[in-house]
Design a protein around this ligand. Structure first.
Ligand code: UFG
Length: 325
């Protein structure tokens, strides 16, 4: 009864690995370390360095470790990078997922959890977003995620194979026990950059756009603590184990904070002013992204533990301090 976690040395994957280990569930991590960091999961879990595209290695790993479920985090996640390199994104996020799903079918693995994104929804869809909201992914990144969603849907129709797709909103914060956090050297996400500014590692926080149709003119997002997201994966796994049908779940808290509100939160946490610089909108950023998490709460009994913006900010700063120490 082992779970294979692809991308388990990455940010969200490593939190899921610790969550599984904390409750005594056996795990094997598969990561090619292209962006993941081996030390992120330490020596605590079985680790296979390799690529999801390597079907022979996948099948060997599944059989050697007695894998009966897969949580698939591995993939590329930077939206502007996907615009510049669509082929690379379809390769990493679609072709390689296809290999992994094929390996599951060939070895009899019947349970699959997939990391998708709120970026699949249409920009003008009604907020908060329900899972059935209209989908119009704009970037190759978001399209590659939706394509893999479709692949799972098609496969589960004709094979004894069930999935839960989790569509993440804005994932932030770090493990409350300080074991892992956002370690990717390329810092584009608001929370990571805000933590870097708080610690003096960046001179100021850029506010990308102050003329959005939002209460204070800045972009609004549904920030979810990464440990609550990891917990959602465990619940999804258990539900599949118990025979739940394939489905899709939004993962967010159902409320939004603007960029200015996040900056204010950082000031509350650090106790002094945060240098900010107002600038133009970033290309492709929607004004508001807020989830309706009713389905996951109802169906899986998901109860967030860290739904507090100051807690999220504090844990992001704590990790940033530790990571660079
Ligand atoms: N922002 C700033 N300054 C920064 C960084 C971000 O003002 O230095 C703003 C953005 O414009 C946006 C908000 O903060 O309004 C959040 O931006 P992030 O970069 O943290 O996150 P995104 O909402 O752009 O990205 C997330 C996920 C992606 C997903 C995307 C869909 O991380 O995986 O939502 O829009 F594709």
């Amino acid at each position: 009864m082992t779970t294979l976690v692809t991308g388990g040395a990455g940010y969200i994957g490593s939190h899921a690995v610790y969550a599984l280990l904390d409750r005594g569930s056996p795990v094997v991590v598969l990561d090619n370390l292209s962006t993941g960091i081996r030390a992120q999961v330490g020596e605590v879990a079985a680790f296979v360095q390799g690529d999801v595209a390597d079907r022979a290695l996948l099948k060997r790993t599944i059989l050697d470790y007695g894998v009966n479920a897969v949580i698939h985090f591995a993939g590329s996640i930077v939206v502007p990078e996907s615009v510049a390199d669509p082929i690379g994104y379809y390769e990493n996020n679609v072709s390689k997922s296809r290999e992994l799903i094929a390996a599951c079918l060939e070895t009899g693995v019947k349970r699959f959890i997939f990391s998708s994104t709120a970026a699949v929804y249409a920009e003008d869809a009604v907020q908060p977003l329900e899972e059935g909201a209209r989908k119009v992914p704009i970037s190759p990144y978001a399209r590659s995620k939706l394509m893999t969603e479709w692949m799972l849907e098609d496969v589960s129709r004709v094979h004894d194979f069930r999935y839960h797709i989790l569509r993440y909103f804005n994932v932030a914060g770090a493990d409350p026990k300080g074991r892992t956090g956002q370690s990717h050297p390329v810092a584009t996400h608001l929370m990571k950059r805000a933590a870097m500014v708080a610690l003096g590692r960046l001179p100021h926080l850029d506010i990308f756009g102050t003329d959005y149709p939002t209460p204070d003119g800045t972009g609004v997002r549904d920030y979810i603590h990464v440990s609550d997201l990891a917990a959602a994966h465990l619940l999804a796994l258990d539900a599949l184990e118990a025979g739940a049908p394939s489905t899709v779940y939004n993962c967010g808290y159902g409320r939004g904070f603007s960029v200015r509100e996040v900056a204010k939160g950082v000031e509350r946490v650090i106790g002094h002013a945060l240098p900010v610089r107002e600038g133009p909108r970033r290309l492709g950023d929607p004004p508001v992204l807020i989830s309706d998490p009713s389905r996951i709460k109802m169906a899986l009994g998901w109860k967030p533990r860290y739904d507090d913006i100051d807690t999220i900010i504090r844990s992001a700063i704590d990790w940033e301090r530790r990571f660079n120490a």
